[in-house]
Design a binder for this molecule. Structure first.
Ligand code: FES
Length: 512
């Protein structure tokens, strides 16, 4: 397939529909030392919801973000508000027991109810709609798993059903339905929270990168420009916790990318939110769009930095959309990065046992709408001294030998592989051989480097060694970024940090 043909079929640049249809005002950069009650690092749905709750509980709150607010995973979600996290409850009962599996469900159901109640009470215009959520399969291998999931729903008292057809225009072998879940436009919802937060005195700083945390005699967040934000409590809601030595989260999380197309379709898109159980992943929901419906087709998950050429993922989703609904036009394309903990349960609470004033919320897998909302409540309850039934379940200091240990070994072996293999690989391509608009690993002065030739023929060359812990980054052709397969750091064509855990840019290389 030629590049020209791809450009005709897909929007040239990735942009999520949510961001394209919402505007936020700009917030300033932090330019001096500050004093506040709570400093929140990261202005995604977790940070904004947490700030909103704390502010309404009487705390002075400052939120800082390394880039623009709501431009990370929150802006790139499929925005299903559901306690159905693919097939999970049967696994949860097996790994954690029935009582904890019930708590997990309840935490998500509480979050869904919070969002619904707030939207209704404040009349927030955010396309909130009640929807049933479906996990379906077309693989004989998964029918039994769906039956087991349904048994888990029955044990836990979840309102659901096992069915053999759905409103989708293709047949399925089986599907598990969770009733009365919801979907919305996440950024329209969050713009209400942002406005409320700011109108009550909350401060937001953009383009303000946190590089360190101090929590001994004094508690403060240190910014890249060396300003200190003094506070009583710190909430790290930056997706990947940015301070490596606090809790070693980089060894306890792995990063996955997935892709979404927003498509004008030939056939009508039915009600309901759908995901299949098997690989390759396929997710379907509609979004309200100018009085009609767009299909949001998602999937193609892979570990960050380890996928095939990124456009191939979009093409696979395009083919699925064509086969399912017919495609009139692809209006938006985007990808998201999600983090998964070792035992697939999020880490929410004190960042380590020793740090009573520093909190973290991360590892939501792909289910950030409800998880972020109960994470914000949980952290708010700890800071305000209220009881919260979910503290122990999500504590980052929990220890579950199985399946964590097994995953820890595989994950670290995988990281070790990338630390070594990238450095040994023999690259023959040189920067001069690149076409305009092409990026690739190249050879510069006998060493591995990363080069991108822009539309004007100008080369942007970087050292591909990740500044986090030294793995080799790979070119992501769909997003035009350098992605690290080890812990998910991502860099622009000039090596600037787009996503952590790293805080330092890639080294730039100039040709002699
Ligand atoms: Fe950890 Fe790159 S993100 S080594």
């Amino acid at each position: 397939m030629s590049l020209d043909d791809l450009e005709k079929r897909f929007p040239q640049f990735p942009e999520p529909y949510w961001r394209a249809s919402t505007t936020f005002k700009d917030f300033p950069k932090c330019t001096s030392d500050e004093k506040t009650d709570v400093c929140i690092v990261g202005a995604g749905i977790t940070g904004i919801t947490c700030g909103y709750l704390l502010q309404n509980d009487g705390f002075k709150v400052t939120i800082i973000d390394a880039g623009k607010i709501l431009n990370g995973t929150t802006g790139h979600t499929t925005a299903k508000i559901t306690a159905q996290h693919n097939l999970f409850y049967d696994e949860l009962i097996g790994n954690f027991g029935e009582e904890k599996a019930k708590l997990y469900y309840q935490a998500n159901a509480d979050a869904l109810n919070f969002i619904k109640d707030l939207v209704l009470r404040e009349n927030i215009d955010c396309d909130l709609r009640k929807q049933d959520a479906y996990v379906y399969t077309n693989s004989d291998d998964y029918v039994e798993k769906l039956k087991n999931e349904m048994k888990a729903y029955e044990k836990l008292g979840i309102n659901g059903e096992l069915v053999d057809n759905t409103p989708l225009p293709f047949s399925v072998k089986a599907a598990v339905v969770m009733k009365d879940q919801a979907q919305f436009h996440p950024l329209k919802y969050l713009s209400y929270l942002v406005d409320d937060f700011v109108s009550k005195g909350g401060k937001i700083y953009e383009n303000t990168t946190a590089i360190d945390i101090e929590d001994d005699n004094e508690t403060y967040v240190l910014t890249r420009e060396k300003h200190k934000i003094y506070c009583s409590n710190i909430v790290v809601a930056s997706h990947f916790p940015f301070k490596d030595t606090l809790g070693f989260y980089f060894a306890r999380l792995h990063a996955y990318r997935s892709y979404v197309l927003a498509v004008k379709t030939e056939k009508d898109i039915p009600d309901g939110m759908y995901i299949n159980a098997e690989e390759p992943a396929r997710s379907i929901r509609f979004a309200d769009y100018k009085g009609t419906r767009l299909a949001l087709i998602g999937g193609e998950n892979h570990q960050t930095g380890q996928g095939i050429c990124t456009m191939k993922h979009y093409e696979a989703l395009e083919q699925f959309a064509k086969d399912t609904f017919g495609v009139n036009e692809i209006l938006y394309r985007w990808s998201a990065q999600d983090l998964t903990s070792l035992d697939r349960m999020p880490y929410i609470g004190k960042i380590t046992e020793k740090h009573d004033r520093v909190f973290v919320a991360t590892g939501y897998r792909k289910w950030g709408m409800t998880t972020s909302t109960f994470a914000a409540h949980l952290i708010n309850d700890i800071i305000t001294g209220r009881e919260n039934p979910y503290v122990e379940l999500f504590s980052p200091s929990r220890f579950n030998v199985d399946p964590s240990l097994k995953t820890l070994i595989t994950t670290n072996a995988d990281v070790a592989k990338h630390l070594i293999s990238g450095k040994l690989e023999f690259v023959i391509k040189t920067p001069e051989e690149l076409e305009n608009g092409e990026g690739s690993v190249v050879r510069v002065n006998g060493k591995r480097a990363g080069a991108y030739k822009d539309d004007n023929g100008e080369l942007h060359i970087v050292d591909t060694t990740c500044t986090h812990l030294g793995c080799e980054t790979e070119w992501n052709s769909g997003e035009s970024t350098w992605d690290c397969p080890c812990h998910g750091s991502r860099y622009s064509i000039d090596g600037d940090v787009i996503e952590g855990p790293t805080k330092k840019p890639l080294k730039k290389i100039t040709l002699d």
